[in-house]
Design a binder for this molecule. Structure first.
Ligand code: THU
Length: 135
C-alpha cells in the first residue's frame, strides 16, 4: 500500500473511533476495513454492563462487512486512545483470519496517527482455519 492510502485508512479508523460505546473502560477503539473493491467499513468497540459480551472495533467492522456480502479484504487500520500502536486482540485476530489472507496488512496506529504495519500471519502464526478441519 502507498503511504497516502495507509494514512487515508487510518483517518477512517479515527472517524470510526468517534462511535465507540465505552461507558466502562472509557477506552475508544476504531477500525476501518478496506475491501478489495475499495469500500471501507467502520467498526467501533461496543461495551456491555456484563463486560464479556463487549465487541471489539475490529469485529464490528468485519461483521458489518460480511453481513453486507463482502468476502475479500485488502487491509484494516486500527486506532485507539493509546499512545501505543493498537494491535488487535487474539479473538479479533482469529476472526480476521477467517476472512482475510495471511499477507493482509494490519495497520496498528496510535492516537497521534503514527502506525506500524504487520501482516495478519505475523500476528497469528499457525492459525486454526477451515483447512485444519480437513480429514
Ligand atoms: N478493544 C478493541 O476494540 N479492540 C482490540 O483489539 C482491543 C480491545 C476494546 C474492547 C474494550 O471495549 C476496550 O478496548 C478495552 O479492552
Amino acid at each position: 500500500m502507498k503511504e497516502n492510502e495507509i494514512k487515508a485508512l487510518v483517518d477512517e479508523a479515527f472517524l470510526a473511533r468517534e462511535r465507540a460505546y465505552v461507558p466502562y473502560s472509557h477506552f475508544r477503539v476504531g477500525a476501518a476495513l478496506l475491501t478489495k473493491q475499495g469500500r471501507v467499513y467502520h467498526g467501533c468497540n461496543i461495551e456491555n454492563a456484563s463486560y464479556t459480551p463487549t465487541n471489539c472495533a475490529e469485529r464490528t467492522a468485519v461483521f458489518k462487512a460480511v453481513y453486507e456480502g463482502e468476502r475479500e479484504f485488502a487491509a484494516i487500520a486500527i486506532v485507539s486512545d493509546s499512545k501505543n500502536p493498537t494491535a488487535p486482540c487474539g479473538v479479533c485476530r482469529q476472526v480476521l483470519a477467517e476472512f482475510c489472507e495471511a499477507d493482509m496488512p494490519v495497520i496498528c496506529a496510535n492516537r497521534d496517527g503514527e502506525y506500524e504495519i504487520m501482516t495478519l500471519s505475523a500476528l497469528i502464526p499457525m492459525v486454526f482455519t477451515k483447512k485444519d478441519m480437513e480429514e
